[in-house]
Write a protein of this length. Structure first.
Length: 374
C-alpha cells in the first residue's frame, strides 16, 4: 500500500461521507479518479442513492478516465438495481486500475464486482484504509449483515449524569454550541429517534435547523400504546417531514387510523418479556424499511433498552458544567445489571470542548466478518 494510495483513498472517504443521511438504503460511497498523479474526477453517491459515486466521478473525468486509477471506498456494484453496475461503467471508461477500500457484503455483490473488473483486465488493489471505510459504512454493513440500522446514541447531561431537575426542567443543560453540533449529527443520519416520554414532555420537532440543510431526516417515535398528543409539533408537521411511529401490536385501532390519517407511517412491533417494545424487532422493522443510520436522542428508558440489547454502535455524550444532585432525573433508565461484567464497554475515540461543554464520542468494539476486513 503506497502513500499515494492512502492519500487518494483518504480523499475519497472524506467526500463519500457527504452522502451520509441522504442516500439510504444505499451506502455513501466516495470515488476519486487519478491520472498521472492528478485528480481528474471525483464524486459521491447522490441524494436518494443515485447516481453512485463512481458514475459521478467518471462523468467529471470524461476522456481523462482512460488509463486512470479509480479509488473507491466500497467495492463497485456488479448488479442491476435502480442503476446499471458501476463495475461495468469503470470498464467502459477504460480505467486501468481500481483501488478498493473494503468489500461489499451485499449478496448481490460480495466479491463479484472485483471479479468482474479483474476479468476485464483491470488491476485491483484492496484493503486500502479498510478500517476507516468500515466506520463510514457501519450502517450499511449492519443492515446487510445484521438486519438492523446502525444506532448512534446521544446523551446530554450534567456533571453528575442528570438530564433534568426533579420537576423535569431540562432546557437547556448544554449550551447553544453543543445543540448546534447535535443538529449537524442529525443531518448525517437517516433518522432521528426518541421515546414516547420525550415526545410528550418536550414536544420536539426533531428537525435539522440553522445549518443550511434542506433534506430532513425521518423522525421516529417509540410509543407502545400510541398515547401521543395529536395536538403536537410532530403531529402538525407529519405531512411535511416523514414521521414514523413504532407501537405495540395491541394499540388502539382508532389511534392507528388517526395517525395514519395525518401522514404518519406506523410499524407494529412485538412486545418483549418486559411488556415494552422489543428493541431487536423494532430495529428489524426499520431496517426492512431501508434505514441504515439512526440518531437516538432518548429518553432514558429507550436509551437503556437499546444499550441493554447491544444495539448501540456509537455513543456521543455532552457533559455540561452543572450539577443537579441525586434528585435530578438520570440519563439512563434501569438496566438490571448486577455486576460490572454485565456492562457493555465502549472505546473512546474523540473528546472535544464545544462551547462550555465537553463532547466525548465512544464506539462499540465490533467483530466484522472476514468479508468486511478488506
Amino acid at each position: 500500500m503506497s502513500e499515494a494510495d492512502k492519500r487518494f483513498m483518504a480523499h475519497a472517504l472524506s467526500i463519500g461521507v457527504r452522502g451520509l443521511g441522504i442516500v439510504w438504503p444505499n451506502p455513501a460511497v466516495g470515488c476519486v479518479i487519478v491520472r498521472d498523479g492528478r485528480i481528474v474526477g471525483r464524486g459521491w453517491t447522490q441524494p436518494g442513492g443515485t447516481p453512485h459515486g463512481e458514475v459521478v466521478a467518471l462523468a467529471q473525468a470524461g476522456d481523462a478516465a482512460r488509463g486512470a486509477t479509480a479509488y473507491v471506498t466500497l467495492e463497485p456494484c456488479s448488479h442491476v438495481g435502480r442503476t446499471p453496475p458501476c463495475a461495468d461503467a469503470l470498464i467502459r471508461a477504460g480505467i486501468d486500475r481500481v483501488v478498493v477500500a473494503i468489500g461489499d457484503p451485499n449478496p448481490q455483490v460480495d466479491g463479484a464486482g472485483v471479479a468482474r473488473l479483474r476479468e476485464a483486465g483491470i488491476k485491483i488493489t484492496t484493503g486500502v484504509l479498510a478500517a476507516q471505510a468500515r466506520v463510514t459504512h457501519t450502517g450499511f454493513f449492519a443492515r446487510i449483515n445484521e438486519n438492523r440500522p446502525m444506532i448512534t446514541l446521544k446523551l446530554a447531561a450534567s456533571l453528575d449524569g442528570r438530564i433534568a431537575t426533579l420537576s423535569g426542567e431540562s432546557k437547556w443543560i448544554t449550551g447553544p454550541q453543543a445543540r448546534r453540533a447535535v443538529h449537524a449529527m442529525r443531518a448525517n443520519h437517516d433518522a432521528v429517534m426518541v421515546g414516547g416520554g420525550t415526545a410528550r414532555t418536550d414536544d420536539p420537532s426533531l428537525t435539522v435547523r440553522d445549518i443550511g440543510v434542506t433534506r430532513q431526516p425521518t423522525r421516529i417515535v417509540w410509543s407502545r400504546s400510541l398515547d401521543l398528543p395529536l395536538q403536537s409539533v410532530l403531529a402538525s408537521t407529519a405531512g411535511e417531514v416523514p414521521l414514523w411511529i413504532l407501537h405495540g401490536e395491541g394499540a388502539d385501532p382508532h389511534l392507528i387510523s388517526a395517525w395514519q390519517g395525518i401522514g404518519a407511517r406506523l410499524f407494529a412491533v412485538p412486545l418483549g418479556a418486559d411488556r415494552q417494545l422489543n428493541p431487536v424487532g423494532a430495529m428489524q422493522a426499520l431496517s426492512q424499511a431501508g434505514l441504515t443510520r439512526i440518531f437516538c436522542e432518548g429518553g432514558g428508558q429507550l436509551a437503556a433498552s437499546l444499550l441493554g440489547a447491544g444495539l448501540v454502535d456509537e455513543l456521543v455524550s455532552f457533559t455540561a458544567g452543572v450539577a443537579l444532585g441525586a434528585e435530578g432525573q438520570p440519563m439512563l433508565g434501569p438496566m438490571g445489571q448486577k455486576s460490572l461484567g454485565d456492562a457493555r464497554r465502549f472505546e473512546l475515540v474523540q473528546t472535544q470542548a464545544i462551547g462550555g461543554d465537553v463532547m466525548a464520542r465512544w464506539r462499540k468494539a465490533r467483530d466484522f466478518s472476514a468479508k468486511n476486513r478488506g
